[in-house]
Design a binder for this molecule. Structure first.
Ligand code: SF4
Length: 225
């Protein structure tokens, strides 16, 4: 129940985040792969370049030579690894689903997740982001911010991905829009307040936060910038 209450507080504070900003399912998948270990700003540049070169479709990525793809997505950082991961995904899509994202997304949730995780370079967070934002499946996304924030709040003491994911999924209404917004709101809180050195003084969760209460947020932690 508290997990849901926190969602309402964050939504009230930040407003709707409208994730994931993209024109197509494949753009979301590409963004989910490119965003690993880099800022969203760099991903946006790489995606814009893919669009300019008319390469933001599964078929175009399937056909493009690897060095050319690497060059286009260079601004996303770790571009050689990410180009290979994009290739891995589209190769998997063409070998198993005729290159058709709708065929892939028609699988039931647990099989779809297993299939995504079988692609070299797609880990749990990326698979869940694809499930939720590209395919509208009920699959909560856990990231580093989620673990940090909810550990500090005192609501989780588990750090295993699957366990944390289960805590959210069993304490929230089964609603894809809530899952989408909640993850986006967690990222917003993590970027603005619950950083490595937290800015508790202005945090909308400070009254409910074990970490802030233990350290007296108003005196010792939390200058805004
Ligand atoms: S009060 Fe501080 S520690 Fe707690 S969630 Fe907010 S920023 Fe993080």
């Amino acid at each position: 129940m508290k997990i849901h209450t926190i969602y309402k507080i964050l939504l009230n504070h930040f407003g709707k985040q409208f994730w994931w900003p993209a024109e197509t399912k494949f753009e979301i998948i590409t963004g989910a792969i490119l965003t690993q270990q880099t800022s969203w700003k760099n991903v946006e540049i790489a995606i814009r370049r893919l669009k300019i070169h008319k390469k933001l479709t599964p078929k175009a990525i399937y056909e493009i030579p690897l060095p050319e793809l690497e060059e286009i997505i260079k601004p996303s950082g770790f571009y050689k690894i990410k180009a290979r991961r994009l290739k891995n995904f589209v190769n998997f899509l063409f070998e198993n689903y005729d290159g058709d994202l709708n065929k892939l997304s028609s699988l039931d949730e647990s099989l779809l997740r297993k299939q995504l995780l079988s692609v070299n370079g797609i880990g749990k967070e990326t698979a869940d982001a694809i499930m939720l934002y590209a395919f509208d499946k009920l699959s909560f996304v856990v990231d580093g911010y989620t673990i940090r924030i909810f550990s500090r709040l005192g609501l989780i003491n588990e750090i295993g991905y699957e366990r944390v994911k289960r805590i959210f999924e069993t304490n929230l209404p089964k609603n894809v829009e809530i899952y989408k917004e909640y993850h986006a709101l967690i990222v917003e809180l993590g970027k603005n307040f619950c950083r490595k050195i937290p800015k508790c003084l202005y945090c909308p969760l400070k009254k409910r936060c074990k970490y802030a209460n233990n350290y007296d947020a108003t005196k010792k932690i939390g200058k805004k910038n």
